[in-house]
Design a binder for this molecule. Structure first.
Ligand SMILES: Nc1ncnc2c1ncn2[C@@H]1O[C@H](COP(=O)(O)OP(=O)(O)OP(=O)(O)O)[C@@H](O)[C@H]1O
Ligand SMILES: [Mg+2]
Length: 288
């Protein structure tokens, strides 16, 4: 089992899109058992994987990742089996492939719970020690070993949720766009993750940067890609560069349907389908 956090403080760079595409390709083509953990209060991955009705039900039943934090706040610890009960197994997104794609959903409630966790000197701290080990405590032994890969979709911030994801993960991948704004603050982000790694005394591996939404005809994109390839905080920049294509938006629009991979991501000859296929192969090479 290897757990990867998808991290970037910048929003809209494709963290969620690439998490779901990797989950689909790694699962449907390579047969890996995949767990997606949604750590973003926006809950885009949950909504996409479950559809609105099922997702709302999970929220109402308190079966979300936020309820790990809520449980600790309320009772000071995480009971045995708590994490396991949050996993929704057998999600069918790709036609004919079922049983091996799972999700722990998120909820907008996570935002408030996150804020409350950092307030004051709550009693739970004396038991759990740190607010950054809660996800790890709930899932690492109980849940993660049942999967080949765990993909943790993070919010566009380096708050408690993302720091929990980084603590529970073996390392992180940074999806980005090759535009100027998206490259600002990456060295600071990298530095803060190094500090966090020292603070928790666990290695958090930097698995590198995936460039998404690339417009090869744009000189600016090509210039910035070359700059990224020279800067240490982006290393390694993955070989596959995911093109900007309307297919990505279309795939999202069809999220409630169960389709073949081709139905969702385009024919095998389509640049998006090919890029995602290569992305999954590079993921296996770099992460395993
Ligand atoms: N390769 C692509 N080509 C075109 N559009 C894309 C591509 N990848 C993602 N998008 C679109 O970009 C938008 C943002 O993507 P996404 O939600 O995955 O970003 P995010 O990093 O998860 O954002 P947030 O930080 O807000 O969670 C979405 O509308 C998505 O459809
Ligand atoms: Mg997202």
């Amino acid at each position: 089992m290897i757990a990867i956090a998808m991290v970037n403080r910048k929003g809209g760079v494709g963290k969620t899109t690439l998490t779901l595409a990797l989950a689909d390709f790694l699962n449907a083509i390579h047969g890996f058992r995949i767990l997606v953990v949604d750590m973003d209060p926006q809950s885009n991955a949950s909504l996409t994987m479950l559809g609105e009705k099922r997702w709302v039900k999970c929220d109402q039943d308190c079966k979300t990742v936020a309820d790990i934090f809520a449980e600790v706040q309320k009772n000071g610890s995480i009971p045995a089996g708590f994490g396991k009960a949050l996993v929704i197994s057998g999600i069918e997104r790709v036609k004919g492939v079922s049983g091996t794609l799972s999700l722990i959903p998120c909820t907008p409630r996570l935002q408030q719970i996150e804020e409350e966790l950092m307030e004051g000197d709550a009693a739970w701290r004396y038991v759990m020690g740190s607010p950054y080990f809660l996800l790890h405590a709930a899932l690492s032994k109980d849940v993660f070993p049942s999967f080949d890969f765990v993909l943790i979709d993070c919010p566009p911030a380096l708050g408690v949720a993302t720091l929990n994801a980084l603590t529970a993960a073996n390392g992180y991948i940074m999806p980005t766009i090759a535009d100027h704004v998206s490259t600002i603050g990456v060295s600071q982000l990298d530095g803060r993750i190094r500090d966090h790694s020292k603070g928790i005394r666990r290695e958090i591996k930097r698995y590198g940067t995936i460039v998404n939404r690339f417009k090869s005809a744009t000189i600016l994109h090509r210039t910035i890609l070359a700059e990224m390839r020279a800067k240490p905080e982006f290393q390694p920049v993955w070989d596959i560069i995911v093109p900007d294509t309307v297919k990505a938006e279309e795939a999202y629009a069809k999220h409630e349907e169960i389709l073949t991979l081709r139905g969702r991501y385009g024919q095998e000859s389509h640049i998006y389908f090919q890029a995602l296929g290569q992305l999954a192969e590079e993921f296996i090479r770099r992460v395993s």
